[in-house]
Ligand binder design. Structure first.
Ligand code: C2O
Ligand code: CU
Length: 472
């Protein structure tokens, strides 16, 4: 009897806390991003996070007026053929994946009408890297409801910063982006160089550039100056670069670099990030863009392969003073990525943590307009994470304590490898509720996501709920 009681006691001692951690891990059927986790004010004023009053994200729309670029994108579930012929069962925009290139000039008002013809899980469009007004950000359950089959949604924003961007669904994004709901977006008038957009994506294990597997070519004569806008739409880092002649890294994440010098090293392109590469097609004509098993020959095919060396933006280019680097921060945050055994929404596993907390009990980074924010992103989770902050560009200050001594390095999607720590700074100049998540999208779906929220902003949308908003 006594032995049984002890056994029962031991069993309860194990099961009760286990049951408790299971029960407390359950994610409510629907909830507001404003109720997620706990507010972290970063040492700034702890203004109450408003739920009533304040400004609704619905009012933070793009400008009125006649759009200079007006595009309609129809989302479909369908079997389609890659440009190279292989068939994919996924999703398209206007019948293709990638969707059409949207090209705007600096200052243009862009208007995109998204129509959902047959994507049963609903769709949205997020303008990755474009710091749009919050209502145009396309995050289901935070800035809008997912567009159901038969519905449509109009996005409007000013093309305010020249650069290379992309768009993708932010509803069930870990599946919808993988299966085709994305496309390239370029802002800026074409310059003197020949411009080539190279959107890299892997469909069913098949690596493609602009929807073509294998090696493809564009015949460019020797002496042509070419600018290749490379977009990583996959979930992990891609080593890319030009082979055949030294090239310059002109821009990263839609921001020009200062003093780019010729390099032959490979560029480590984070998931979701973009890089603009420039070269002159050499006398021999031999030039090629490499991206794993896919490549783009830009003249004749060089015999060489991509270098084992890697461009390091911490030292690349020429320094140039940026006020933000020396400005005194008004809020300071830690974004510590770890991993912990436990339950997530009742499922046992090894789950990502932010500052020791599992989703949805994660910190909400609270700011006010005008704040100078510093954030230290560290990672001891055993894997790399390409961290993407919506609505803002951040300046990299240090990596593992070493200051950035090259070009000012502005980023919206920063690869933080295991055991790395980055300090970044940004200006809180775009009111809203903004996702700040890992762009290895299955990781985000597994809870590696939180928000940067302005204290006076509210959202009427809910994650989950009748419209099944499921941003990741
Ligand atoms: Cu490219 Cu939150 O996404
Ligand atoms: Cu990740």
């Amino acid at each position: 009897m006594r032995g049984r009681l002890i056994a029962l006691g031991v069993a309860l001692a194990v099961l009760v806390p286990l049951g408790y951690s299971w029960a407390t891990s359950l994610v409510p059927g629907n909830y507001s991003a404003m109720d997620m986790g706990y507010a972290d004010f970063g040492g700034g004023p702890a203004a109450e996070h408003m739920h009533h009053g304040g400004t609704s994200v619905t009012s933070l729309t793009g400008p009125a007026g006649t759009p200079a670029v007006a595009v309609k994108l129809v989302a479909r579930k369908q079997k389609f053929s890659l440009a190279s012929g292989e068939s994919v069962d996924g999703f398209t925009l206007n019948g293709t994946s990638p969707g059409p290139l949207i090209r705007a000039r600096l200052g243009d008002l862009v208007q995109v009408t998204l129509v959902n013809e047959s994507v049963s899980s609903g769709v949205t469009l997020h303008w990755h890297g474009v710091d749009v007004p919050n209502a145009e950000d396309g995050v289901a359950g935070v800035t809008q409801d997912a567009v159901p089959v038969g519905g449509q949604h109009v996005y409007r924003f000013r093309a305010a910063q020249a650069g290379t961007y992309w768009y993708h669904s932010h509803q069930v994004s870990s599946k919808e982006v993988r299966d085709g709901l994305f496309g390239p977006l370029v802002i800026g008038a074409p310059g003197a160089a020949r411009e080539i957009v190279a959107a890299i994506h892997t469909y069913d294990g098949k690596r493609t550039i602009n929807g073509r597997t294998g090696s493809q070519s564009i015949a460019l004569p020797a002496g042509t100056r070419v600018r290749v806008r490379v977009i990583n739409t996959d979930n992990s880092l891609i080593r890319t670069g030009l082979v055949g002649t030294p090239y310059k890294v002109l821009a990263v994440d839609g921001r020009d670099l200062v003093g780019p010098t010729p390099t032959t090293a490979a560029f480590p392109l984070a998931a979701g990030a973009r890089v603009d590469l420039e070269a002159l097609v050499p006398e021999s004509g031999a030039l090629r863009l490499d991206a794993g098993s896919a490549s783009l020959v830009l003249g004749a095919n060089p015999t060489g392969t991509l270098s084992a060396d890697t461009v390091d933006l911490l030292t690349y280019g020429t320094p140039s003073p940026v006020d933000l680097a020396s400005a005194r921060p008004t809020r300071t945050f830690d974004y510590r990525i770890g991993r912990h055994i436990g339950f997530l929404d009742g499922k046992p596993g090894l789950w990502w943590t932010i500052n020791g907390h599992k989703y949805p009990d994660v910190p909400m980074f609270m700011v006010s307009s005008g704040d100078i924010v510093r954030m230290k992103i560290s990672n001891t989770s055993g894997q790399s994470h390409p961290m993407h902050l919506h609505g803002h560009h951040a300046l990299v200050l240090t990596r593992n304590g070493t200051p950035s001594t090259g070009t000012p390095w502005w980023t919206d999607t920063l690869e933080v490898a295991d055991n790395e720590t980055y300090e970044i700074a940004f200006l809180a100049d775009n009111p809203g509720i903004w996702m700040d998540h890992c762009h290895n999208l299955p990781h985000a779906a597994e809870g590696l996501m939180t928000h940067l929220a302005y204290t006076n902003i509210t959202t009427p949308y809910r994650i989950g709920g009748p419209t099944s908003n499921k941003p990741e």
